[in-house]
Design a binder for this molecule. Structure first.
Ligand SMILES: [Zn+2]
Ligand SMILES: [Zn+2]
Length: 262
């Protein structure tokens, strides 16, 4: 029997989220739930393990909305605010369960986290659990496969405006967020991916992100059968774009669940 994994989109918004603070554009004013986007993050359920990719500023709201009771591990793609600023909220799991959470990161991500969240690296005081208790596991190279939480995790590296970012692959699914430039090696490493989750901000060009058109070109090179776009900005009204996308492409939305072959 083929084993399957499940992915839940906890958030599909760009760095500002949708609605964006103080904005009164049509998307930000829309009452359609597909136009409400928390910051991008996904929950994965694989062989009884629950993994989180990225913990942004909406993590608390996401954990409450999706009744998240346990986490086995966290994977961080990179250190931009919209992907890591919810790390402190992971403290709740230590308060309740008393065990340290493993976090998978690159060497560069760890280096930046140490500077920005120095208190997360201070030695634990007896009986005090004032901060999230995290145990960092390092990716040993730019791409390859590692064991994390007892599961094989394939990973790749790319750049977003000078910041190193990691993409992750589990069986037939790959999650590539905040992608702007990609090398042939990464495309080769993703051969065989059937379900691709990839960031694409909007139709108009952006210095930091791919447009939907650029993202489709990249998805074709990777050869995925189905691609879901995430990390979507407020310039994008869900139905106006989603209804026009060719077969095999769709905009993700908060709460969408998909399954994939392991
Ligand atoms: Zn981002
Ligand atoms: Zn807006």
């Amino acid at each position: 029997m083929t084993q399957t994994g499940k992915l839940v989109f906890l958030g599909t918004g760009g760095s500002a989220g949708v609605p964006m603070i103080a904005c009164s554009c049509a998307t930000c004013l829309s009452q359609d739930i597909k136009n409400k986007r928390l910051r991008s993050s996904v929950l994965l359920e694989i062989k009884g393990k629950t993994l989180l990719i990225d913990a942004g500023p909406d993590f608390r709201a996401q954990a409450l909305a999706y009744h998240l009771k346990k986490l086995d591990g966290i994977l961080l793609t990179h250190t931009h605010f919209d992907h890591v600023s919810g790390l402190d909220e992971l403290r709740a799991f230590y308060v309740l369960h008393g065990h340290v959470l493993p976090v998978l990161v690159s060497k560069q991500t760890l280096h930046t986290l140490k500077k920005r969240y120095d208190y997360l690296f201070e030695e634990r005081q007896d009986g005090a659990n004032l901060t999230a208790q995290l145990e960092f596991h390092l990716l040993k190279s730019e791409w390859g496969c590692t064991q994390f939480c007892g599961l094989p995790v394939h990973y790749v590296s790319y750049q977003q405006a000078g910041v190193p970012v990691n993409g992750f692959r589990f069986g037939s699914l790959a999650y590539l967020t905040d992608i702007k430039e990609i090398s042939h090696e990464v495309i080769d490493a993703l051969a065989g991916v059937e379900v691709l989750v990839m960031s694409a901000l909007r139709e108009k060009p952006s210095k930091m992100h791919l447009t939907f058109q650029e993202a489709m070109t990249l998805a074709q090179k990777i050869g995925a059968q189905q691609t879901y776009f995430t990390h979507i900005g407020h310039e994008t009204e869900h139905h106006a774009i989603n209804d026009r996308l060719p077969k095999g492409y769709a905009l993700a939305y908060d709460g969408l669940q998909i399954s994939f072959k392991l």
